[in-house]
Design a protein around this ligand. Structure first.
Ligand code: OSB
Ligand code: MG
Length: 369
């Protein structure tokens, strides 16, 4: 596949409702859409870097810079036939996984289209639907949260993830458990605690959570291993797992029992698949996390989550949970059984609606060879 032209678009999409975590709040979600033109085909990938360096050090601006000035020049005009080959060209560029992942995703899309198969099939997916969960941000008070959970359950979500932080944790979880005693429930702290909070964190064991996601520092493995020894609740790592090597080390150390895989965080679908395969071989379940993606990023996540070891519900919700109008058709919808269907069409298997893409675009640059 000769990469003839690569386009970058900086989009801004207004969320249906603000999303608040322990560390930041988002109302307008930016992203970069990478478009690869190759052999008459058009492939799309989404960069999940945020407006600021809150979740990771990458931002829309750093990702644009690294894509435009380093990643694109490294691959443009080259004839590339696999994601491995693409990543070999990006290897001299250290870090910036979200920038690389977006380019790689667009490449996977053209590659699947060239083979006239779905991305899910190309990645080795085995499921025709994936389990959908929903991540609920920090709310203004407990009654509001309880009514939000009630609405989400009524919509068909079968697993609820709550964002927690010091001061919005034990009392909140106790109230939720009292009202929803059997709900599949988990909590995500986005690194809001330290190992000094060990005694406090032990209280989480009271709630029968499926897992506690990223309680400690965003780059830590050692303290998580200590915490996991003291907790009954399985720890799931998100921010701390940036590479397949990190995943191996985390499992060797006992820092977690579950891994949240996000292609953007680990530098692309290839590394995501490698982490999936490693976890499968070690009997460790995985699930696909989310970064409030548009339908383009969501389609890639759905394809990834169709792999066999994605055995826990994913942070992949319906398009309507994020956007009044997604930039793809058809939108992702929740089936009555709490799942989302894996598209079967060629590539991502969704149609990008150009006028919506255009309307959300704030900046655009095309490089041709
Ligand atoms: O920590 O999983 C996270 C959103 C943005 C950044 C980080 C996270 C999240 C979510 C939302 O929890 C997941 C989604 O529905 O996309
Ligand atoms: Mg998380």
């Amino acid at each position: 596949m000769k990469l003839e032209a690569i386009e970058l678009r900086h989009l801004e999409m207004e969320l249906v409702e603000p999303f608040e975590t322990s560390g930041w709040r988002e109302t307008i979600r930016p992203c970069i859409i990478v478009t690869i033109h190759s052999d008459g085909l058009t492939g799309y990938g989404e960069c999940v870097a945020g407006a600021g360096p809150w979740y990771s050090y990458e931002t829309i601006q750093t990702a644009w810079h690294v894509l435009e000035d380093f990643c694109i020049p490294a691959v443009l005009g080259h004839d590339i036939s696999s994601a491995e080959e693409l990543q070999a060209k990006l290897k001299p560029i250290r870090g910036h996984p979200m920038a690389k992942a977006a380019l790689e995703a667009a490449f996977w899309d053209v590659l699947a289209q060239a083979k006239n198969i779905s991305l899910a099939k190309l990645l080795g997916g085995t499921k025709d639907r994936i389990e959908s969960g929903i991540s609920i941000g920090i709310q203004k008070d407990i009654p509001t949260l309880l009514s939000v959970i009630e609405q989400r359950c009524a919509q068909g979500y079968k697993r609820i993830k709550l964002k927690v932080k010091p001061g919005w944790d034990i009392t909140v979880l106790r109230a939720v458990r009292q009202r929803f005693p059997t709900l599949d429930l988990m909590a995500d702290a986005n690194a809001a605690y330290t190992i000094a909070d060990l005694e406090h964190l032990k209280q989480f064991d009271e709630f029968g959570l499926m897992m506690l996601e990223q309680p400690l520092e965003y780059d830590d493995l050692i303290d998580h291993a200590r915490l996991q020894r003291e907790l009954k609740t399985p720890i799931c790592l998100d921010e701390s797992i940036k590479t397949p090597d990190d995943a191996r080390k985390a499992l060797d150390l006992g820092a977690c029992k579950i891994i949240n895989i996000k292609p953007g965080r680990v530098g692309g679908l290839l590394n995501a698949k490698r982490i999936h395969d490693l976890c499968l071989s070690r009997g460790v379940p995985v699930w696909c996390g989310g970064m409030l993606e548009t339908g383009i990023g969501r389609a890639a996540n759905v394809a990834l989550a169709s792999l066999p070891n994605f055995t826990l519900p994913n942070d992949i919700s319906a398009s309507a949970r994020y956007w009044r109008e997604d930039i793809i058709e058809p939108p992702f919808v929740l089936e009555p059984d709490g799942t989302i269907r894996v598209p079967t069409g060629s590539g991502l298997g969704v149609r990008v609606v150009m006028e919506r893409l255009e309307r959300a675009t704030r900046r655009r640059a095309t490089t041709r060879c």
